[in-house]
Design a protein around this ligand. Structure first.
Ligand code: ADP
Ligand code: MG
Length: 263
């Protein structure tokens, strides 16, 4: 383990019988996931299948309608859990503040929570930027950055929190394949460099099949199947074969969660 994450240990994530509905409309219908400490776990599913909703329950930003999430045995929606386990979510949009430089975006959380002195914050911010080859962008504003750089800044900002759990929502969306591959390498290398348990939700098959220890496919609000990339490739289930076929569009209505779809 490198010094980046101090003495922290990666933790396990358990999702048990999770249901989530909004105004009576079911989005997640009994999800069970068990992620081991230090693992990279991919949740793949078509657009609208409930991936972002699931990530919000795991991050403790929302509470399940039924069932539970446990990180290191604790409920992520409780403040005392957040004091004990450092969890960072990399939002699909990046969620950077446009009025702030890259440096100030990264320093915002530790400054607001008075986690360190200003000089220690500077050290941690620069260390995170260095890990993502972003030191030259330190004084830039988000509007001056490419889509790929914004994603990297969003990841660097998560690293400043010294997370034991890193959750990524569609980290390669809107990126060209080369930048997508770079982000995949970053996610894989961070797992080696810091002691972190990683969940990635994505509909990017290449990402899933290259970096995941295990992949879970979510359809219609349920886990359709789960396995290593090799196990999925060997699957004879026609729906999974189609799902992994690069010529088939995941926007295809038969993959969508019809019940929850509001179109
Ligand atoms: P994706 O797999 O593309 O990330 P989402 O998790 O964003 O899909 O959404 C799954 C379904 O849940 C969609 O039909 C969406 O409209 C619905 N949904 C998500 N968030 C809410 C909400 N806050 N209120 C009502 N419906 C929601
Ligand atoms: Mg989403």
């Amino acid at each position: 383990m490198s010094s980046t994450n101090g003495d922290r240990q990666p933790v396990a994530i358990e999702v048990q019988g999770l249901h989530k509905s909004y105004a009576g409309v079911t989005v997640l219908d009994g999800i069970n996931i068990s992620v081991k400490p230090g693992e990279i776990f991919l949740i793949m599913g078509p657009s609208g299948s409930g991936k972002s909703v699931l990530l919000r329950q795991i991050a403790g930003l929302e509470t399940p309608t039924a069932g539970q999430v446990r990180i290191d045995g604790m409920d992520p929606s409780l403040e005392e859990t957040r004091d004990k386990v450092a969890l960072a979510l990399v939002f699909q949009s990046g969620a950077l503040f446009n009025s702030m430089t890259v440096f100030d975006n990264l320093a915002l959380y530790p400054r607001e929570h008075r986690l360190h002195t200003e000089s220690v914050i500077r050290e941690k911010v620069m260390e995170a930027l260095q890990m993502l080859s972003l030191t030259k962008a330190v004084a830039k504003f988000p509007s001056e950055l490419s889509g790929g750089m914004k994603k990297r800044v969003a990841i660097a900002r998560a690293l400043v929190m010294q997370p034991q759990i890193l959750l990524y929502d569609e980290p390669t969306s809107e990126l060209d394949p080369i930048m997508g591959a770079t982000i995949a390498e970053i996610i894989a290398s961070l797992r080696k460099e810091i002691a972190v348990t990683t969940i990635v939700v994505s509909h990017d098959r290449d990402l899933a099949m290259t970096i995941a220890d295990r992949v879970s496919i979510i359809m219609h609000g349920r886990i359709k199947t789960e396995g290593t990339p090799d196990e999925l490739r060997a699957s004879k289930d026609p729906e999974i074969v189609d799902f992994l076929n690069p010529t088939i569009n995941l926007e295809n209505p038969r993959f969508r969660n019809m019940e929850a779809s509001n179109e």
